[in-house]
Design a protein around this ligand. Structure first.
Ligand code: SF4
Length: 356
């Protein structure tokens, strides 16, 4: 039986970050305005451990938000020290931190290693110098390359976070960023469509008409292309889009931009729509089709609010589309039948993904 993965999240807020990226208001994003102490880390661990089954679980402590390794060293040590008893007793299996690419050096690495940090996620956002400059990131493309290489040399699991739709960015630049990133061979990735968060410089740009966020439709299309490139290169994308929280959501701290609480599902549905179009084009002419899918993926195939079904019915003038759950169909694969004709296609074959 595979182990269940649990995360104890600790939000480090804006603490320690030497910059003010135009899209960031970490205090709003994390929902925590203040600094976290070692005692609070312990309390958080205790609180979460009470709710998690310790048998057959992989429990991870994750310091999200802010720039962990930009915090004064003594404070980094205080937060990491708080986790040590739980790590040593095996309640927590590993520690993850997220930080800026220019806040990684040999000294930082030796501390992370000493305290058992295994995963480091870097806020890369873009590998286009102009996008980095306009976003006021304050680091170069080279610092991303250097930090990924250094972390990998020291055996860390390296995550990269990419943002699409920033000022000065476009689809071509986002694709070029991801293609260059896969050359660095990180282990995991996150993709975030840029959102206009209240009380940020980007909100001012948006209000003055100097910045236009991506539409939800364009964000889904670009995220889909990036997801496929990462997956074709065996890099797992662990998240697409910001997680909805009390603060993050339309009408809350998000002033504008392609926010959706289920961004990944929109992207996956779009992938299935492409696959269905490919099959229907191959079968044409057809009047009605029957789609067999794994029962766990039925809502991805149909699409939110039946968007895929409505789109296909209209575009191909189909009189009937029946979606049938079948236990025999493997996940991430579909079978389409029309009369005597039958076609099967998997996401792996469609995008020529590597066999794991
Ligand atoms: S480096 Fe990270 S925490 Fe600092 S301002 Fe930029 S996005 Fe926010």
């Amino acid at each position: 039986m595979s182990k269940r993965h649990y995360i104890i999240p600790v939000f480090v807020s804006h603490r320690g970050c030497p910059h003010d990226c135009i899209f960031c208001n970490q205090k709003k994003i994390t929902g925590s305005g203040g600094d976290v102490s070692g005692i609070e880390v312990k309390e958080k661990i205790e609180e979460y451990l009470k709710t998690m089954p310790l048998e057959n679980s992989h429990i991870e402590l994750a310091f999200f938000g802010g720039s962990f390794t930009a915090i004064p060293i003594e404070q980094q040590k205080e937060l990491l020290e708080a986790a040590q008893p739980y790590l040593k007793q095996g309640f927590i299996k590993n520690i993850r931190v997220s930080t800026r690419p220019d806040c990684i050096d040999e000294e930082v690495i030796s501390i992370l290693k000493l305290y058992g940090v295994q995963i480091v996620e870097l806020g890369v956002q873009s590998l286009d110098e102009e996008v980095l400059r306009i976003s006021n990131r304050g680091h170069s493309v080279q610092s991303v390359i250097d930090s990924v290489n250094l972390l990998k040399e020291h055996g860390f699991t390296v995550g990269v976070q990419v943002m699409v739709g920033l000022p000065g960015d476009n689809e071509e630049k986002s694709i070029a960023t991801v293609k260059r990133l896969v050359g660095l061979k990180p282990h995991i990735a996150r993709i975030y469509p840029a959102l206009v968060i209240r009380n940020t410089y980007m909100e001012k740009m948006y209000e003055r008409g100097l910045y236009k966020p991506l539409s939800l439709e364009s964000a889904v299309e670009i995220c889909k292309k990036l997801l496929i490139i990462f997956e074709q290169n065996n890099i797992e994308v662990i998240r697409i889009g910001l997680q909805p929280t009390e603060e993050i959501g339309e009408g809350k701290e998000v002033a504008a931009g392609p926010f959706h609480p289920s961004m990944r599902q929109l992207v996956v549905s779009s992938i299935y729509r492409d696959m269905l179009e490919n099959i229907i084009n191959d079968m044409k002419p057809v009047e009605s089709i029957e789609i067999e899918v794994n029962s766990k993926e039925i809502s991805d195939i149909i699409g939110q609010k039946r968007t895929n079904i409505d789109f296909l019915s209209k575009k191909y003038k189909l009189k009937k589309i029946a979606v049938i759950q079948s236990p025999d169909i493997e996940k991430q694969s579909i079978t389409v039948k029309s009369g005597e004709i039958e076609r099967n296609l998997s996401v792996k074959d469609f995008y020529k993904l590597p066999v794991k």
